[in-house]
Design a protein around this ligand. Structure first.
Ligand code: ADP
Ligand code: MG
Length: 139
């Protein structure tokens, strides 16, 4: 288990950028935690590392955004796929078992279709530590 603490979006991006160094082709990273906990900020940092300067925003309506850096990166937000039927996730397989890196916001919604070696990262606030405090835990 690895844990990071952050007190600003910039710090969260820096953590994502540093974490990205550990990723190789085919990696699947599951990001969990409530709205506003910094999942997208973390992905922005990952993309700083992989070098696509495109604006990284949550793909809430498209479900997946594709970035083209030194590796292909697929950024999912499956918030709207609550309790999906397995066949509603079939389209994800080409990404999940391909050679790019997958980063999946709200991954708990599609847990059943994720590879066994998925890397799980949990984002949480802690109001007692201030409004901008976030705890990031890799399980
Ligand atoms: P999510 O994708 O989990 O919904 P976002 O990254 O889109 O979260 O948004 C995080 C929100 O929280 C932004 O409005 C950001 O400005 C704010 N914020 C405050 N502190 C932090 C922090 N330490 N890390 C990331 N975001 C933070
Ligand atoms: Mg988001």
């Amino acid at each position: 288990m690895q844990q990071w603490e952050t007190e600003s979006p910039a710090q969260t991006r820096a953590i994502g950028k540093d974490f990205a160094k550990t990723l190789s082709p085919g990696a699947v990273v599951a990001l969990t935690g409530d709205l506003g906990c910094g999942k997208t900020a973390f992905v922005q940092g990952v993309m700083e590392y992989f070098g696509d300067s495109a604006q990284v925003v949550s793909p809430t309506f498209t479900l997946v955004n594709e970035y083209d850096g030194t590796l292909p990166v697929y950024h999912f937000d499956v918030y709207r796929l609550e309790n999906p039927l397995p066949e509603q996730c079939d389209w994800m397989d080409d990404y999940l078992f391909g050679d790019g890196v997958c980063l999946i916001e709200w991954a708990e919604n599609v847990r059943a279709v994720l590879p066994k070696d998925t890397i799980w990262i949990r984002f949480a606030k802690n109001p007692a530590r201030g409004e901008d405090y976030r705890e990031i835990t890799q399980c």
